[in-house]
Design a protein around this ligand. Structure first.
Ligand SMILES: Nc1ncnc2c1ncn2[C@@H]1O[C@H](COP(=O)(O)OP(=O)(O)OP(=O)(O)O)[C@@H](O)[C@H]1O
Ligand SMILES: [Mg+2]
Length: 278
């Protein structure tokens, strides 16, 4: 049984110009412990699809699916309360903008402890100890001091590490990372990505990594989904995708990579008809 199983997911928004489908007919399945990359250009519905999985879309979104299951449990049939209990515990998400995703009004330690309070039965002192352990695990120096820091007192990279600490607090089985490094300096990007992958390997959790960077995909993913205009264009294990991309849009994405990015394995392609139905 897949950890996450989504069949025929559609998400639409009512706009002044009519109904707009941000995601249409998307099938996604994630196995335990695997790294799935979701790639596609800006606006292709990567974030919206995963926010639908987390139950974090605004009320203006209409979500429908033939199936949406986590560990066999029907997500769409859950009450908001059941859904909240799952999000942040068994499945967690980190976002593109680390500083904006943390609450500016509370210390980093408080925000980790709040997550533990909501989802675990740990005592106050055990929560604090776990928070310090998490800050250490995500490579934040002087965790005792950072525990009492507010987000604005930390760098972008440290804030993203803190976000990861919050997401990892309850040892999720599935972590969705939505372009977790885009807002960071290039050198920090690599560190954060390495941290995520180390945590993934150590914990055995499944990781869905949304990115537009095919270089990152080549380095990290077991399997790749390519999205375009809300639809899945192609799905393959990472090596197959790089060696024999089937879809012209995938080839176009790959051709945008520097030639040596994946050891010179990239085919040279022409961008033709993308075969997209609109
Ligand atoms: N709350 C919303 N209301 C209306 N439209 C929305 C809303 N959220 C997203 N959309 C639209 O849905 C489409 C998909 O957006 P989404 O954020 O999923 O793209 P994305 O693939 O994550 O892009 P990026 O790479 O830029 O993050 C876009 O056209 C976007 O404008
Ligand atoms: Mg996005």
């Amino acid at each position: 049984m897949a950890l996450l199983e989504i069949r025929n997911l559609s998400v639409s928004f009512e706009t002044t110009a009519g109904r707009f489908f941000a995601v249409q007919g998307l099938d996604v399945s994630v196995d335990e412990g695997e790294v799935l990359a979701v790639v596609g250009e800006s606006g292709s519905g990567k974030s919206v699809a995963m926010l639908a999985v987390m139950g974090l879309l605004p009320d203006t979104a209409t979500v429908s699916a033939d199936a949406m299951r986590f560990e066999g449990r029907d997500l769409l049939g859950m009450t908001p309360r059941q859904r909240r209990a799952l999000s942040g515990r068994d499945m967690a998400m980190i976002f593109q903008e680390p500083v904006a995703s943390l609450n500016p009004c509370f210390t980093v330690g408080f925000q980790i402890v709040e997550t533990l309070k909501r989802h675990t039965k740990l005592s106050g002192s055990a929560r604090r100890a776990r928070a310090l352990e998490l800050l250490t695990a995500v490579g934040i120096p002087e965790p005792e001091r950072r525990y009492a820091s507010y987000p604005h007192q930390m760098s972008g990279g440290q804030c993203q590490r803190a976000m990861i600490a919050i997401a990892m607090a309850c040892s999720p089985k599935l972590l969705i990372a939505d372009e977790p490094t885009t807002a960071l300096d290039v050198t920090i990007q690599k560190q954060i990505l390495d941290l995520l992958l180390n945590l993934q390997t150590e914990s055995g959790m499944a990781l869905v990594l949304i990115t537009h960077d095919m270089g990152v995909v080549a380095e990290t993913a077991d399997r790749v989904i390519v999205q375009y205009q809300g639809r899945k264009m192609e799905e393959a294990d990472a090596l197959t995708l790089f060696e024999a991309p089937r879809h012209p849009y995938t080839r176009a994405l790959l051709s945008a990579l520097p030639e040596n990015a994946v050891g010179g394995r990239l085919p040279t392609v022409a961008v033709g008809d993308w075969g997209v139905r609109t």
